[in-house]
Every structure is written in C-alpha cells, then in structure tokens.
Design a protein around this ligand. Structure first.
Ligand code: HEC
Length: 196
C-alpha cells in the first residue's frame, strides 16, 4: 500500500517536471532567434517594408526602375544634382514630387533626402544603437530626439512594428557593407521656394 502510494507520487512528480521542462522549451523557441534567423527576418522585413524603394538609388531597365544592388540602402546619392524644380507645383494642395531614384522628395515641407541606412560610421547608421533606431521610428524624431522626420518616410506605420522585428531590421541593416555617402540635409520650404 505504502509502496503503491510512493510510486504514484513519484509518477506525479515526474509528470509535473516533464510539463514544466516542456513549457520552458516552447517559450525559448518562440522568443529567442539565433543571429542568422534574426538577419533573415530583418532582410525579409526590409523587403516587405519597401525600404529599398526610397533608400536605394535606382538603375533604369526596360521595365522601369530597380534598386542598384551595388549601393543598396545607401540613401540619396550625395553627388546627384537636383533637377530644376517648378516651385509653383509644390505649393500646399498641389503636387508632391520625387526624383527618378525616389531618393529626393519635394512638397510643402521643403525637400527631403532618404537617409543612408548602411553601417558607415560618419554618413550612415554605423554609430546608432538599437535604442536610437527604435526611438527614431517610434517618435518620428531624428534619432529619437531631434527634428521631425519628414515625409514621405512612413515612420508612423513602421514604428508600430514590434521591438523584436525592429531589432531584426536594425541587425540586418548593420550587417550590410558600409557605403560612404553623405546625404544632404533637408531644405526648408522658404529656402526651396526662393530657388535654394
Ligand atoms: C516612401 C519613401 C520611404 C520608404 C518606403 C522608407 N523610407 Fe525611410 N526615409 C525616407 C525619407 C525621405 C527619409 C528622410 C527624412 C528626413 O530627412 O527627415 C527617411 C529616413 C529614414 C531614417 C532616418 C530617421 C532619422 O532619425 O533621421 C530611417 C532610420 C529610415 N528612414 C528607415 C527606413 C526603413 C527601415 C524603411 C523600411 C522598413 C524605410 N525607411 C522606408 C523615405 C522612406
């Protein structure tokens, strides 16, 4: 009788332990990605988020513009001159216009140029921490603390992505080859309207 009671208590204990161990494993599987999985997830999200559409210079093919794979995500090319702008076209209620690379944009906010998202230190996100990256996209402020981030950067939607996914995007961007390209500062509307 005693023998039977002890055996069943041991069985209950073993069973409980098994459940706890199993729960622990499942939790670990869901929350921790390996570094490779994180980079693959980041690459996937960058594609889905259309980051190349605006942050990569283009090559024109018979089918239209495609991202120039030699300078992916390096932002508006520093040496590219802006075509002449008819400022009557960009008054409020008129047009918003982009250049042929989709890297320079003009509208009632002035002119904005897409950032260099490669890990080059002086010109890209090389010195940024994960927190700076996440805060910039969550707050819509340059590096999370500075001037407002200008259109057409879709920070409000991208900033609603989970911490885990934003970290994966950041890890992927940091894994790119660094490209030196000093993107120009935005031009405020009064300067742009005055012909720069
Ligand atoms: C429709 C065009 C467009 C798309 C799509 C886009 N961006 Fe941008 N992005 C911009 C522009 C324009 C700027 C520069 C804004 C400025 O100077 O205020 C910018 C700036 C940024 C910055 C700098 C923010 C700062 O603190 O100054 C980061 C980081 C960024 N984009 C990340 C991304 C990521 C990641 C994606 C894809 C998930 C993405 N962008 C997709 C247009 C775009």
């Amino acid at each position: 009788m005693i023998y039977k009671a002890v055996t069943s208590s041991i069985l209950v204990l073993l069973f409980t332990a098994l459940i706890i161990v199993q729960a622990g494993c499942t939790k670990k599987e869901n929350s921790a990605m390996t570094n490779d999985e994180m980079l693959a997830r980041g690459k996937y999200l960058v594609r889905l988020g259309g980051c190349n559409d605006c942050h990569s210079p283009k090559i024109y093919t018979a089918y239209g513009p495609v991202a120039d794979t030699t300078r992916l995500l390096s932002g508006h090319p520093e040496d590219l001159a802006l075509p002449k702008i008819d400022t009557s076209m960009i008054q409020p209620g008129m047009w918003v216009m982009g250049n042929s690379h989709f890297t320079a944009w003009v509208g009632p906010w002035g002119a904005s140029f897409t950032a260099n998202l490669t890990p080059d230190e002086p010109t890209g996100i090389g010195t940024w921490t994960e927190d700076v990256f996440i805060n910039s996209l969550r707050t819509g402020k340059h590096m999370g603390v500075g001037r407002p981030i200008l259109p057409p950067m879709p920070w409000a939607d991208i900033g609603k992505t989970s911490d885990e996914d934003l970290k994966a995007i950041f890890a992927y961007l940091k894994s790119l080859p660094p490209i030196r390209n000093a993107v120009p500062s935005p031009i405020p509307p009064n300067k742009l309207m005055a012909g720069k």
